[in-house]
Design a protein. Structure first.
Length: 536
């Protein structure tokens, strides 16, 4: 009896030893980049392995060969084809750390979002991901970070260390994770392969790319001479050597710790949108240390991002500005034309990250130009309100500027956005719930004060014809330091959405509604100069 029991115990121990492997201790350091402008996160490490890097989204500028996948962690273990995979953190300090397993989005057999999705997730991990390919490194066991993972790492202090026990199991056995079944306890013809890596990761630095939502008008004449208009005063006229131009603080940041020597930075200029390629020295950038870098040059990130520094300034030369005006390039949203990019050579597959500037510049022709800016000089103003018989309206206030040798012959303003037209031909601006199940009509009105001091108010509701605002009271300011005579003309314009109209108490289907609705639109202004004195 004793001998038989001993044989059974030996068999059990032998079976367990075949399923388990000893834990591997690995370590890495990382930099956390918090992008308030684009509402994104990026983790980049000191060395390639263990993998611990990447962004929580595909940046809107990145190509597939620059950003192969979302951020992830893992090492070098490969799961067999057609196996089911579980990945989890033992006693995870993060609620739901993973959303799936990594597979390059550029590989045809991989999902377009690079995530092999699990059948089930819980507080500790992601369970039952099907390994259908080894293309695009799809067989490597590398969990894709969840948003809560980034939030957790964002909160870690600089120089703090985290110890994460990264566990995984793969098998061809079938199991139902929604019922509490797991790979490591599954039964069948294939023994589950269970392993773990103990990750020790240190936060070497934290960079916060600040969102200022600030804007600045710049009016440029046909020779490239620039005049700073209204705005948040982050631009000024300046020189580099003998070249004149405009210097603008485009990126605002805060930093603690240090960056790695493998991290590089460069400015990206969307030459396809500009319609030409500026000469290298016609656009330059620098940090607080005073050294200028051509936009096409790559520099070590530590030359720009260092403790005690707070911004990146960009120089736009007179030659560059002249080319813009000559080609009629519309720089309504400069953030789409000028961006910055990190590249970490230690992780060529996941070390790319491109981000928008903090501030926006509005470049306008000075000879015959028009501009509209929010009165508080923010790029994307937002307002909230409540619908009801006694509720106050939602209001936006703007400053409209024209620039020219004289005032324009015709100036109009128009509200644009999602629209609803009734059977009687009445236009409304259409506000919708996030799921578009609730759609509510709202009237919009534009108003100004005319030369006599009288307020002129007209309905202009996302589909109505442009409103004539030439009769407004315009304040004239002569150009200064300009080779020819001319002036800026400015007036105030108000956009109002009443919250107490009967139509807004009901959806477009005639039903009572409750919830949150929103809309996004624009106030567009247009100026026209006519006459024999108007130069081409």
């Amino acid at each position: 009896m004793n001998q038989k029991l001993g044989l059974i115990l030996i068999g059990i121990v032998s079976s367990l030893m075949a399923n388990l492997a000893s834990a591997v201790a690995v370590n890495n350091d990382y930099i956390f980049i918090e992008n308030e402008v684009d509402e994104e996160y990026f983790i980049t490490p000191r060395k390639t392995d263990p993998r611990f890097s990447g962004a929580n989204v595909f940046t809107k500028y990145a190509r597939e060969n620059q950003q192969l996948s979302l951020g992830y962690m893992g090492y070098t273990i490969v799961a067999s084809i057609n196996s089911n995979l579980d990945i989890w953190l033992e006693n995870s300090p993060i609620n739901g750390p993973f959303i799936g397993n990594r597979c390059w989005r550029s590989a045809s057999a991989c999902p377009n979002d690079s995530v092999v999705k699990p059948q089930f997730t819980d507080r500790n991990g992601a369970y039952k991901m099907r390994i259908a390919t080894h293309a695009g490194e799809g067989g490597y066991i590398r969990g894709i970070f969840s948003d809560s993972f980034y939030e957790y790492m964002k909160q870690r202090p600089t120089n703090s260390t985290e110890v994460l026990t990264y566990k995984f199991c793969y098998t061809t056995n079938d199991y139902d994770p929604s019922k509490g079944e797991r790979c490591e306890t599954s039964t069948g013809s294939h023994r589950p392969r269970v392993n773990d890596h103990v990750f020790t990761v240190k936060k070497n630095g934290h960079i916060k790319l600040k969102s200022t939502n600030a804007l600045q008008e710049i009016f440029v004449d046909s020779n490239g001479n620039a005049t700073v208009g209204l705005g948040s005063e982050f631009c000024r006229n300046g020189f580099i050597n003998s070249e004149s131009g405009i210097m603008c603080q485009m990126v605002a940041f805060e930093m603690s710790g240090t960056v790695f020597p493998t991290m590089n930075l460069r400015m990206e200029v969307a030459t396809d949108k500009l319609g030409f390629t500026p000469a290298a020295a016609n656009i330059r950038y620098r940090s607080d240390d005073g050294r200028w870098y051509n936009y096409s040059a790559t520099t070590t990130a530590s030359n720009v991002f260092a403790p005690g520094r707070s911004d990146i300034t960009v120089f736009f030369s007179q030659t560059f500005l002249k080319n813009l005006i000559a080609r009629g390039v519309d720089l309504t949203n400069s953030q789409e034309f000028f961006t910055f990019a990190f590249r970490n050579s230690a992780v060529p597959q996941s070390g790319f990250y491109e981000f928008s500037p903090s501030n926006t510049i509005l470049l306008r022709p000075r000879n015959y130009g028009i501009s509209i800016v929010d009165k508080d000089f923010v790029q994307h103003p937002t307002r909230t309100g409540k619908v009801g018989n006694t509720e106050p309206p939602i209001e936006f206030e703007y400053i409209v500027s024209t620039s020219g040798p004289r005032q324009a012959n015709e100036i109009t303003a128009q509200v644009t956005g999602p629209t609803h037209r009734t059977s009687g031909g009445q236009n409304y601006c259409l506000f919708s719930s996030p799921d578009n199940k609730i759609q509510v009509p709202f009237s919009a009105f534009l108003s100004y004060v005319d030369a006599s001091g009288r307020t002129v108010k007209e309905r202009n509701s996302c589909g109505d014809a442009p409103m004539d605002i030439l009769p407004a009271r315009w304040e004239e300011t002569p150009w200064s330091n300009a080779p020819q005579e001319g002036s800026f003309y400015r007036t105030n314009l108000k956009l109002t959405f009443p919250m107490n109209e009967r139509q807004s108490l009901y959806s477009i289907t005639g039903e009572d509604w409750m919830g949150v609705v929103r809309a996004q639109g624009e106030v567009r202004v247009k100026a026209t100069w006519r006459g024999n004195d108007v130069l081409p």
